[in-house]
Design a protein around this ligand. Structure first.
Ligand code: HSE
Length: 307
């Protein structure tokens, strides 16, 4: 059996204003996925993580992603996947995306790279659809596969834009050990938004893209606001408002919920600044007696890769 080992990074989706259309890879943590193929057919998935994953392969996000790739490949092979999860499910930093991204990246490598990275994003989105209650969003899988900061300009057809990454773009992320599933996080969202809210939101999305292109981290930070999801999702994160204010007081340029939460991210323009923001995050959850992990990271252009 030909096997390969892949690192798939954690990701922050939405970046505040860009619900379902913007995301970035963070290098501090990620999953390790081993993929093997041989003649035959069928998918086997084993879990070497400390956290339980669904026993039934139909409930594992890697399964629909791998099936989508095999359907496009047009030839049956037997696929064995071993998952070592470092990103806890329900954390908000792209746990499911890392599994599906790592699985399709690894399978593409062992098959001799029949597909482009952009095509792999489409396959990996099938995994997101499984856990998102049918919502096919790419704002975690695209950065997990491509790395860096990405904009999904459109879904039909999928149009992914890799955005420039300012040299001084740093992020701090905290993952409090409470679980919010993507389904829960999406369930509370408004189905319709007032025009005024939409205007605020698209102004910020434009500001985010312009800030990245201009290398203006202050503009990036002040555009990471969210008038749609943050107001209804923050209830899942204990003390969110006070954490938000403490992070700005400690020098954050932007703060918001990572994906559907409960992880929270903050951005700034130095590594020392990001480390300080991590301390504020850790102190916040320690005071609430909620165990939490923090990561500080320069935003790099690297996505899924062979290790
Ligand atoms: N854009 C998705 C959401 C990301 O906010 O529901 C899920 O991690």
């Amino acid at each position: 059996m030909k096997t390969i080992k892949i690192f798939a990074p954690a990701t922050v989706a939405n970046l505040g204003c860009g619900f379902d259309v913007a995301g970035m890879a963070i290098d501090g943590t990620g999953d390790i996925i081993e993929v093997g193929v041989e003649e035959g057919e069928g998918i086997e998935i084993s879990n070497r993580s400390e956290v339980p994953l669904p026993d039934d392969i139909e409930s594992n996000v890697a399964t629909p992603a791998v099936r989508a790739l095999l359907a496009a490949y047009g030839k049956e092979v037997a696929v064995r996947i071993t998952i070592l999860k470092k990103i806890l499910p329900g954390s908000g930093i792209g746990s499911s995306a890392a599994s599906s991204a790592g699985a399709v990246w690894g399978l593409n490598e062992v098959l001799g790279r029949p597909f482009s990275p952009e095509r792999l994003v489409e396959f990996a989105m099938e995994g997101e659809s499984l856990i998102g209650g049918g919502a096919r969003h790419a704002d975690n899988v695209a950065p997990a596969i491509l790395g860096g900061v990405v904009l999904i300009r459109g879904y039909e057809p999928l149009d992914i834009v890799r955005l420039p990454i300012p040299d001084n773009f740093y992020a701090a992320v905290v993952h409090p050990h409470i679980t919010v599933t993507t389904r829960e996080g999406r369930g509370v969202l408004p189905r319709e938004i007032p025009l005024k809210t939409a205007t605020t939101q698209w102004g910020n999305v434009g500001g985010l893209v312009a800030g990245l292109a201009l290398g203006d981290m202050a503009l990036v930070g002040r555009s990471m606001k969210d008038a749609v999801a943050e107001p209804v999702r923050k209830r899942f994160i204990p003390g969110y408002d006070s954490l938000h204010d403490a992070l700005f007081a400690a020098g954050a340029l932007g703060v918001n919920i990572a994906g559907s939460g409960p992880a929270v991210f903050a951005v700034c323009d130095t590594l020392a600044g990001a480390e300080k923001l991590c301390e504020v995050m850790a102190a916040h959850f320690a005071a609430l007696e909620i165990p939490a992990d923090t990561y500080s990271s320069k935003i790099s252009g690297e996505g899924a890769r062979v290790i």
